[in-house]
Ligand binder design. Structure first.
Ligand code: C5P
Length: 417
């Protein structure tokens, strides 16, 4: 088991941040800030129309680098070739319909489109536009072309658009784009389109079991691991449903989020969504017990000692899913469990994990050590992915997106053609 407690190494990368001309250009300033604060060397390449939304001084000040805006300035350094060649990663945020159309057709009439032709590193497009533009057959075809050539094109997020309308088209959260950028710098091969067309159901967060209308029994799960997994699976092409129990994080772009509270609610939502899923990942921390009879009104403080709380067991949803599949009521070829373990006097974390994998009957079990506040609420995690077929993949302490990518690798390997 990887028990390393040292801070993960954060390799600095050379990033080209392309900004095209949409109103979401102002959000790219926050993305830029996150990338530079993580220690990366970022050169911003705005299109001419992006500069009408956010001016050059903003990009220069936040990147601490000169802004590369056209192919003619500093021509002796051949910037249209140099930038792309030397980049470890190109991120385009926001990527407009126009910019992706040009990129899909290999046009090169400004510095950003030239850079996209010369770059040989991973390219991440974060689109933002009105729903009609995103769904237009021209855009759909251009996105498909870019993806077929190895670029990662994120799904825009749902929500309020620039006008009074709501729909798919918002720029994914800058923090989410930054986490994917970090992932691609660490693992350039982390986002293959191998989950395209697959329906992936993920549960995340921690359930709350009511004691009375204001109090509950809960746990420390923040939902970050499940949400990062949703981000990575969606970036690999999956259609993601995310059952989120008490998670305060913004919805990942490209996922349908079903918010629940208790284990019973999570159970109902999970069984409903599992029916047509190819993959079910139970990353949620589901309460094993709940108060037998929650009070209908708030339990009052009295001078007498409080009454003991009687607990009853919650059904094991993961075990139910495995049973449902064995009975032919569920077809999901891959069912994944998580096990947050602490060692004890009987056995270490991994031994408990192996026993749990056998007991639960799932295909993969992600085992992580949670002693000393590790994993819960942290951006980093260390784990071992155990396969029912005997395989074992050790993931050293690192971002939860890296663990998510390794888990997607293991899932993709188990999916039938
Ligand atoms: O047995 P334990 O609670 O450690 O198992 C953890 C795994 O089982 C996780 O994948 C969790 O989502 C799932 N689980 C469940 N239903 C429960 C308790 C846990 O599906 N009632």
């Amino acid at each position: 088991m990887a028990e390393s407690t040292t801070e993960p190494v954060r390799p600095a990368g050379r990033i080209v941040l392309g900004v095209s001309g949409g109103i979401a250009a102002y959000k790219a300033a926050e993305l830029l800030r996150r990338l530079t604060e993580a220690g990366h060397d970022v050169t911003v390449v705005p299109t001419e129309s992006a500069l009408r939304f956010v001016g050059e001084p903003t990009w220069a000040a936040l990147s601490h680098n000169p802004v590369a805006a056209d192919v003619w300035t500093g021509a002796e350094q051949v910037p249209h070739v140099r930038l792309g060649r030397h980049a470890d990663l190109v991120v385009v945020a926001p990527a407009t319909a126009d910019l992706m159309a040009k990129a899909a057709h290999g046009m090169a009439d400004d510095l950003l489109t030239n850079t996209l032709l010369t770059a040989r590193c991973p390219v991440l497009f974060a689109p933002a536009m009105h729903t009609e533009m995103w769904l237009h057959p021209a855009t759909v075809a251009n996105v498909a072309t870019l993806r077929s050539r190895g670029a990662t094109v994120l799904e825009p997020a749902y929500g309020r658009l620039t006008g009074t309308d709501t729909g798919q088209g918002r720029l994914p959260e800058p923090a989410e784009i930054a986490r994917l950028a970090e992932l691609l710098l660490r693992r350039p091969d982390a986002l293959p389109p191998d989950l395209a067309g697959r329906r992936v159901l993920i549960t995340a967060g921690g359930t709350r079991e009511a004691l009375d209308p204001v109090r509950f029994l809960g746990n420390r799960s923040s939902g970050r691991q499940g949400f990062d997994l949703a981000t990575v699976a969606a970036a690999r092409g999956a259609q993601v449903s995310l059952v989120a129990a008490n998670v305060e994080l913004p919805s990942p772009a490209g996922s349908e989020v079903i918010r629940v509270g208790s284990a019973e609610e999570l159970r109902a939502a999970t069984h409903a969504a599992a029916k047509d899923a190819d993959v079910v990942v139970m990353a949620a921390a589901v309460a094993d017990f709940r108060p037998a009879s929650p009070a209908e009104t708030k339990i009052k403080r009295t001078d007498a000692a409080p009454a003991p709380v009687e607990l009853i067991s919650n059904p094991d949803i993961l075990a139910e899913l495995v049973q449902a599949r064995a009975a032919g009521r569920l077809s999901a070829p891959v069912i994944v469990g998580f096990a947050a373990e602490t060692g004890d006097q009987h056995a270490d974390v991994l031994t408990h994990g192996r026993a749990k994998l056998a007991r639960k009957g799932c295909d993969l079990l992600v085992v992580n050590a949670v002693s000393d506040g590790r994993a819960f609420g942290q951006p980093d995690n260390a784990a071992v992915i155990l396969a029912a077929t005997g395989g074992e993949v050790d993931i050293p302490l690192g971002p939860k997106t890296v663990l998510s990518a390794a888990l997607c690798d293991a899932i993709a390997a188990l999916l039938p053609e």
